[in-house]
Design a protein. Structure first.
Ligand SMILES: NC(=O)c1ccc[n+]([C@@H]2O[C@H](COP(=O)([O-])OP(=O)(O)OC[C@H]3O[C@@H](n4cnc5c(N)ncnc54)[C@H](OP(=O)(O)O)[C@@H]3O)[C@@H](O)[C@H]2O)c1
Length: 216
């Protein structure tokens, strides 16, 4: 696939995405408000084929993974609306309260759908919403490969992302339409609570077993 790909944000998830994506692509642009900081991380972790860039440059990609918090995401998306037109924007946000005790939206919607609503000319694809940052550092737990649920209302965009993610150490699953994020995003709140109760937070992700389970 000859798509230009970028990641926006050098926080925990942004770094984790770059860590997992760069080995399966020849070139990856890492956009930040602080490109020098991104460059330092590239050198610190030895990420090969990764180029630090201003956010504007990173938005020239065909597939853009953002790693922003919901409070920053919607204003950011609105400010970049023109540059995001016709692009695939991969969304991992979970809209939780500051203390992570609850969801901030009504039952009948999700952050992914709100983002799509704000960007009608961009194809929003949900992914990595249930994967806590420590799992991106060590994806395989005692031989178990965790799932990434990929959703979109744009079938072509969803399949492009599924194809792009082949080869990373996760099981990539077609999780259907964007509104499935009403469930998927809330699943993150639930797994967080369980991981805290059982003492392994923030090392937690999902693996749904059953058909095709013999395949990693
Ligand atoms: N933490 C987890 O385990 C986890 C799991 C699943 C999903 N998520 C979701 O992932 C997202 C990020 O979480 P995180 O833990 O990685 O947060 P984080 O470590 O605080 O990183 C957030 C990053 O967003 C970027 N950013 C902030 N404001 C921005 C703006 N106005 N414009 C552009 N970039 C901006 C910053 O990157 P620069 O400084 O480089 O610009 C910052 O480092 C959240 O939406 C969260 O719900 C997190």
């Amino acid at each position: 696939m000859n798509m230009k790909v970028s990641v926006i944000g050098t926080g925990r998830m942004g770094t984790g995405l770059v860590r997992n994506l760069h080995p399966v692509m020849s070139r990856l642009v890492w956009g930040s408000r602080n490109p020098a900081g991104a460059q330092q991380l590239i050198e610190k972790y030895g990420f090969k084929g990764v180029e630090a860039a201003e956010i504007q440059t990173a938005l020239q990609a065909d597939i853009i993974f953002h790693a922003l918090w919901f409070r920053d995401l919607i204003p950011w998306a609105e400010s970049c609306r023109e540059l995001l037109k016709g692009k695939i924007l991969v969304d991992l946000v979970n809209p939780f309260t500051e203390d992570f005790s609850d969801f901030t939206m009504d039952w009948g919607t999700s952050a992914a759908e709100e983002l799509q609503h704000k960007l009608p000319e961009t194809s929003v694809v949900g992914a990595f919403k249930n994967t806590f940052f420590q799992v991106l550092e060590k994806p395989v737990h005692q031989g178990t490969v965790s799932d990434v649920y990929v959703t979109s209302d744009d079938e072509k965009a969803k399949l492009a992302v599924i194809q792009l993610l082949q080869g990373i150490p996760f099981r990539i699953m077609d999780a259907g339409r964007l509104s499935n994020n009403r469930t998927i995003e809330r699943m993150t709140l639930f797994e967080r609570e369980l991981a805290i109760r059982y003492g392994h937070y923030p090392y937690v992700s999902y693996r749904i077993f059953g058909q095709g389970d013999e395949q990693a």
